[in-house]
Design a protein around this ligand. Structure first.
Ligand code: UT7
Length: 326
C-alpha cells in the first residue's frame, strides 16, 4: 500500500519574543542575531502551556483546514525533544484530548530530524499494511529547556507545532528516503537532564540544551550537502526536478551555504527561521504550511524535506505535495 499526505495544521504560542528582548539582559544585539542566524522573531509557550497543548492546537487547526475524520486515525506519532513528561507520552495525551479511539501512540526522540523520521515511520506502517491513517506531529516547547545565560544558544530557540496526516493511498506520493547518524557528536548537542556522561564528556544536569554551535554548523553543512544529493539520486531525479527544498530551519546561514554549494536558488528553499526561530521538530511543518498558504507550493509539486540535529542525526524524504487548503 502506498501513502500520501493531504492535510496539515500548525500552531504557535501567542507570546511573541523579538530579538530586542535579549538585548535587555545579554550582551547581544538585534543586528548580530539577524546577521548570524536570520532570526527576527520567535514565540514562547506560557508557563502552564506544554508540548501536548501545542500538538492539540495543531491537530485542531488541521481539522479546520481540511475535511478529515479523526475517528479513522489508527496511530499517532509525536516527534519531540520536549515532552510534557517522559510518561505518559505526548501522543497519548493528544489521543485522549482529541477523542480518537484505539489509536496506537508513540513519542519519538530524533531532535530536529524528528518530523521527517515520523513521516518515514508512518510510511512504513502503511506499507506494512498494519495501519491506514496516522497523525504525525513535530512539536516543541524549547523555551522551557533554554539556558538564558548562554547568548550563543538562547537567542536561537522558539516553540511551535505542526501536524500532518499520513494515509493509505493508491498513489505513491511518499518517495524514497534517507537516514543517517553519527553518534560520536552526541556531546556537541544535548539536553542535560541526567548526570550521565555523553561520549565520555561529563554532563551537569541543569535541564537545558547545550550545543557546540560551530561544530554542529560545520557538520550540518557537509551532511546536508551530501545527503540532499544522495536523496535525489536515490529517487532517480536531479536537484532541478525538486520544486521546493524544506530543510530544518536551524540557521539561515546553513541554508544559504548549502544552497550555494548545490547551486539551488534560495527562492526554492523554504524556511521558518525568520519568524519562529529554531523550533526543532516543528520547523519543517511550519515552513511547509507557510509555503502552501503563501501560494508558493502547489498541488503535485515535488518537495524534499530534510531534518538534522541532535544525535547528530539526519532524515530526508522526497514527496509529491498533495495538500491543498480549503
Ligand atoms: O537545530 C539543531 C542543529 N543546530 C544547528 O545547526 C546550529 C548550528 N550553529 C549555529 O547556528 C551557529 O554556530 C550559532 C548561531 C550557534 C553561533 O553562530 P556563529 O557564527 O557560529 O558564532 P560563534 O559561536 O562562532 O561565535 C562568534 C562570536 C564569538 O565571539 P568571539 O569569541 O569571536 O569574540 C561569540 O562569543 O560571536 C559571539 N556570540 C555572540 N555575539 C553577540 C555568540 N553569540 C552571540 C550573541 N550576540 N547572541
Amino acid at each position: 500500500m502506498h501513502a500520501t499526505i493531504s492535510s496539515i495544521g500548525i500552531y504557535h504560542p501567542l507570546k511573541e519574543i523579538k530579538n530586542s528582548y535579549f538585548e535587555e539582559f545579554l550582551e547581544t544585539t538585534d543586528q548580530w542575531i539577524k546577521e548570524r542566524t536570520g532570526i527576527e522573531n520567535r514565540y514562547y509557550a506560557l508557563e502552564n502551556e506544554y508540548t501536548s497543548d501545542l500538538c492539540v492546537k495543531a491537530v485542531e487547526a488541521l481539522v479546520k483546514n481540511h475535511t478529515t475524520n479523526l475517528q479513522e486515525v489508527d496511530f499517532i506519532i509525536v516527534a519531540t525533544s520536549t515532552p510534557d513528561q517522559t510518561l505518559p507520552s505526548v501522543a497519548s495525551r493528544v489521543q485522549t484530548r482529541m477523542n480518537i479511539p484505539h489509536a496506537g501512540c508513540i513519542d519519538i526522540s530524533a531532535a530536529c530530524g524528528g518530523f521527517v523520521y515520523g513521516i518515514i515511520l508512518a510510511k512504513g506502517l502503511i506499507a506494512a499494511g498494519t495501519h491506514r491513517k496516522i497523525i504525525v506531529t513535530g512539536a516543541e516547547t524549547l523555551s522551557k529547556v533554554t539556558d538564558f545565560t548562554d547568548r550563543s544558544s538562547c537567542i536561537l530557540f522558539g516553540d511551535g507545532a505542526g501536524a500532518v496526516i499520513v494515509e493509505a493511498s493508491s498513489e505513491n506520493h511518499l518517495l524514497k528516503v534517507i537516514t543517517d547518524t553519527d553518534g560520536s557528536y552526541g556531546k556537541d548537542l544535548y539536553l542535560s537532564n541526567k548526570n550521565i556522561p555523553i561520549n565520555g564528556k561529563p554532563v551537569i544536569p541543569d535541564n537545558n540544551i547545550h550545543q557546540n554551535g560551530r561544530v554542529v554548523f560545520k557538520w550540518a553543512v557537509s551532511t546536508l550537502t551530501k545527503k540532499i544529493e544522495e536523496l535525489v539520486s536515490k529517487n532517480g531525479i536531479t536537484l532541478e526536478d525538486i520544486d521546493y527544498f524544506i530543510p530544518h530551519s536551524a540557521n539561515m546561514r546553513i541554508l544559504e551555504t548549502v544552497c550555494k554549494e548545490l547551486g539551488i536558488p534560495m527562492e526554492k528553499c523554504l524556511e521558518s527561521i525568520k519568524n519562529y526561530g529554531n523550533t526543532s521538530a516543528a520547523s519543517i511543518p511550519l515552513a511547509w504550511y507557510n509555503g502552501i498558504t503563501s501560494g508558493r507550493i502547489k498541488p503535485n509539486d515535488k518537495l524534499l524535506l530534510i531534518g538534522f540535529g541532535g544525535g547528530l542525526t539526519c532524515a530526508g524524504i522526497c514527496l509529491q505535495n498533495n495538500i491543498e487548503m480549503k
